[in-house]
Write a protein that binds this ligand. Structure first.
Ligand code: UGA
Ligand code: MN
Length: 244
């Protein structure tokens, strides 16, 4: 079955580096469509060129964050319009397979993609580097899901990280109202709740029954934007020719 990887992205100095690293990870995975969805009003040719060069099958779409959230001083619902656009794409174009939300800055062991590929309804597994406790994971007792470990539970029914679950496309298509809420901190919980009915015994536990960590919520430090500089004085725009 095909994998649909929904990746929200947005313009900043690190963007092409993040997409390059993630793209070459995805290049190790067969039968995959990468849905790269930018929080913007129009596509960026530099992003398209980067995706072409990587050579993973992709669709490049845009889905801007609604204006009301853009200018708030409070936490923003990052990547939510992008992911909901990805869900709309699947409703219009997919009939089978599995969907996974892969933020552009996280780290993924390619093994998790082969494990999630056979998800019947919803699958879950641990994510490293989440909050100050360092891991977010389903808790398993007697081989069964028995709650969640996370540094911040926040009254959530599903206190899991975005990188820690996958969903069957058929299961999604049977739930036309399923979507992600614009609610910072509650994106995963809101989306998983919108997949009701879903009972705990239907949640498949991957990564060796949640003993392995195969995905990490890594965060890239902010970098300064490249400054424009004058190359004409050197008479050559190829950086390799510029003396120290
Ligand atoms: C964490 C969660 O892992 C996210 O799924 C969640 O959306 C986010 O918190 C949140 O609650 O705001 P975090 O590492 O803090 O993620 O956020 P980012 O990695 O900065 O953003 C998540 C995704 O949305 C990324 O793929 C990023 O490229 C994208 N994004 C971020 C946008 O599309 N627009 C933005 O303005 C910011
Ligand atoms: Mn992140």
């Amino acid at each position: 079955p095909p994998l649909y990887i929904i990746t929200p992205t947005y313009r900043r100095p690190e963007q092409l580096a993040e997409l390059t690293r993630l793209g070459y990870t995805l290049k190790h995975v067969l039968n995959l469509l990468w849905l790269v969805i930018e929080d913007a009003n129009k596509t960026n040719p530099l992003v398209a060129h980067t995706l072409d060069r990587i050579g993973v099958p992709y669709e490049y779409l845009v889905a801007p964050m609604p204006e009301q959230y853009k200018h708030t001083k409070k936490a923003k619902p990052r990547g939510v319009s992008n992911r909901n656009r990805g869900l709309d794409y699947l409703r219009a174009n997919a009939t089978e397979g599995v969907l996974y939300f892969a933020d552009d800055d996280n780290t993924y062991d390619v093994n998790i993609f082969e494990q999630m590929r056979y998800t019947k309804k919803v699958s879950m597994w641990p994510v490293g580097l989440v909050t100050k406790t360092g891991v977010s994971s389903p808790i398993i007792r007697g081989g069964k899901l028995d709650g969640y470990y996370d540094g911040w539970i926040g009254g959530r029914k599903y206190p899991v990280d975005m990188a820690g679950f996958a969903v069957s496309v058929k299961f999604l298509l049977e739930r036309p109202n399923a979507k992600m809420p614009f609610k910072p901190g509650y994106e995963e919980d809101g989306f998983l709740r919108s997949l009701a009915p879903l009972v705990n015994s239907e949640i498949e536990l991957l990564a060796d029954e949640c003993r392995d960590i195969l995905t990490w919520h890594t965060q890239t430090k902010k970098n300064p934007a490249a400054q424009p500089f004058n190359v004409t004085r050197y008479g050559n725009t190829n950086l390799a020719y510029i003396e120290k």
